[in-house]
Design a protein around this ligand. Structure first.
Ligand SMILES: Cc1cc2nc3c(=O)[nH]c(=O)nc-3n(C[C@H](O)[C@H](O)[C@H](O)COP(=O)(O)OP(=O)(O)OC[C@H]3O[C@@H](n4cnc5c(N)ncnc54)[C@H](O)[C@@H]3O)c2cc1C
Length: 466
């Protein structure tokens, strides 16, 4: 078992979580090395915590949930095992980054559902934590997985075959989702559904006064529920809440008086045109929405502030958004930078009045802890939005990290009090977030499943409750 200086360096996390002690870092290069590591760890009674690229910023970065784990850094396992350009599937290892997969797909009829995070984040790691891409939630990209279990055996799910080919979802129960936000195995490969490259990508962009946010959420909900003919994930974002006093911080260029409506409309020329018309109609009552632009993503020039989003909408990952948000020139500096960042990820109602109530409640927490936050609604479906609440703080300022963590704790309680469950968690709250929303009988079932496959609790202890 060898050390990896890169990861040791990154154990300083941008979220300022209580540091965990680690038993070491190992970086296996292939499936057989993972299996050997698991067997050695079993014999030595060592706990393993797999990460793919460890850039889970705001949720704990590369840090395990509990102390004394051996971190298994899978970033060196970075083969694209197979690419099916007829049916649109890629089978990839955990170290395959957005940049790498997008490059392989360039000039093919398929593209990647990229996230707004750094180009060198893992497609597998993000999907296993239920991340959101620009086109849809990443969970919808996961077609099957290969995993090493705690006894060293290898399983595949969802139609992925042991030779690394994907045949579509085969008959019988599909255990793929059991490996997402759980700790049943070390995922060593994933079959990823690719997105057909559309004829047109219209990028929606509009900024409106913050008092219109409830109306905008309600209007977009109406548009989606009545039937958006185009693909793509619309967002309401950059709605900031700033405290009445104190030294709070927000990313450069964010105007607390405004919020943004953003996202792609993808399809044929005719579909995108119709979608734009329907969206404009839906937003007719929202003040300021008349200035909304829908631009051809392929035509946005590099000096336009929309350029990073235009790239992402076309399946081209970029680090520019992360650099702008966290004030760094390289993603390698994020865990060391001056700006601290925490994420709180609740399901949010797609409803105007409830939106206003929630924001009023969050404002009390923002004032109480003199720390600013930004709220984002990712409209991943027709029922509930994936919320992303970003909390920014100055890491070196006395008391600022503490206040930011208190704001996230209080925000979590407030949101749950308003019926908004947490859908993605962090290393401090993963257990509580699962326990608080799961019945005793269901927790018992999860426990039985975990102990059947991993009786000694070898893998990712504490991750999502188990
Ligand atoms: C400005 C900014 C913008 C962001 N935008 C987005 C966004 O648009 N969408 C989004 O989803 N996130 C976003 N993020 C959050 C985060 O950076 C990404 O989610 C990132 O992809 C997660 O890191 P990773 O890919 O390195 O995954 P990892 O950190 O490697 O994995 C995440 C977790 O999954 C588990 N895991 C990973 N690999 C394995 C494995 N092989 N087997 C078993 N368990 C495993 C581990 O518990 C790990 O901690 C953003 C962050 C910032 C700061």
């Amino acid at each position: 078992m060898q050390g990896s200086p890169r990861l040791e360096l990154r154990s300083r996390d941008v979220g300022g979580h209580q540091p965990r002690t680690v038993a070491g870092v190992d970086a296996p290069r292939g499936l057989d090395e993972v299996r050997a590591l698991v067997r050695q760890a079993m014999a030595a009674g060592l706990r393993l915590y797999p990460i793919s690229t460890g850039r889970n910023w705001g949720m704990g970065s590369a840090m395990p949930v509990t102390d004394d784990n051996l971190v298994v850094d899978l970033s060196g396992m970075n083969r694209v095992r197979s690419l099916d350009l007829d049916d649109g599937f890629a089978v990839i290892e955990p170290g395959v980054t957005q940049r790498q997969l997008a490059a392989v797909l360039r000039d093919t009829p398929w593209m990647l559902n990229v996230t707004a995070s750094c180009a060198d984040t893992s497609v597998v790691g993000n999907a296993l934590d239920r991340g959101d891409g620009c086109i849809r939630s990443r969970v919808h990209d996961v077609a099957g997985i290969e995993a090493v279990l705690a006894d060293g055996s290898v399983v595949t799910t969802g139609g992925l075959d042991p030779a690394g080919r994907y045949h579509g979802r085969v008959a019988g129960p599909d255990l793929t989702p059991a490996f997402i936000q759980h700790n049943l195995g070390i995922v060593t490969a994933m079959a990823v559904s690719l997105v057909p490259r559309p004829q047109t990508i219209g990028l929606v962009h509009g900024r409106m006064g913050r008092d219109q946010v409830g109306a905008a959420v309600g209007a977009i909900t109406g548009f989606l529920r009545r039937g958006n003919p185009a693909d793509g994930l619309l967002r309401v974002r950059e709605l900031s809440l700033t405290p009445a006093g104190g030294d709070w911080m927000l990313p450069a260029g964010v105007d607390p008086g405004l919020f943004t409506v953003l996202g792609p409309l993808m399809g044929s020329d005719a579909t995108v045109e119709l979608a734009e018309e329907l969206l404009r109609k839906a937003l007719i009552e929202v003040e300021g929405a008349e200035a909304l632009r829908v631009v051809d993503a392929a035509e946005v020039s590099p000096d336009d502030p929309l350029y990073p989003r235009a790239l992402m909408a076309q399946g081209i990952p970029t680090c520019r958004g992360v650099h702008n948000a966290l004030g760094v020139t390289s993603c390698d500096l994020i865990d060391e930078g001056e700006m601290g960042f925490l994420a709180l990820l609740p399901l949010l109602p797609m409803h105007a009045r409830r939106t206003e109530h929630l924001l009023a409640a969050l404002r009390t927490a923002v004032d109480a802890h003199s720390t600013a936050l930004m709220v984002e609604w990712n409209f991943v479906g027709k029922h509930l939005a994936n919320g992303v609440i970003q909390i920014f703080f100055e890491r070196g300022a006395p008391g600022a990290p503490y206040r930011a963590h208190q704001l996230r704790n209080d925000g979590n309680c407030l949101l749950r009090g308003h019926g908004c469950a947490i859908y993605r968690s962090d290393i401090d709250h993963a257990a509580a977030d699962v326990w608080s929303e799961t019945s005793t009988a269901s927790l018992g079932m999860l426990h039985r499943l975990k102990t059947a496959l991993d009786p000694d609790g070898l893998l990712s202890p504490g991750r999502y409750g188990a």
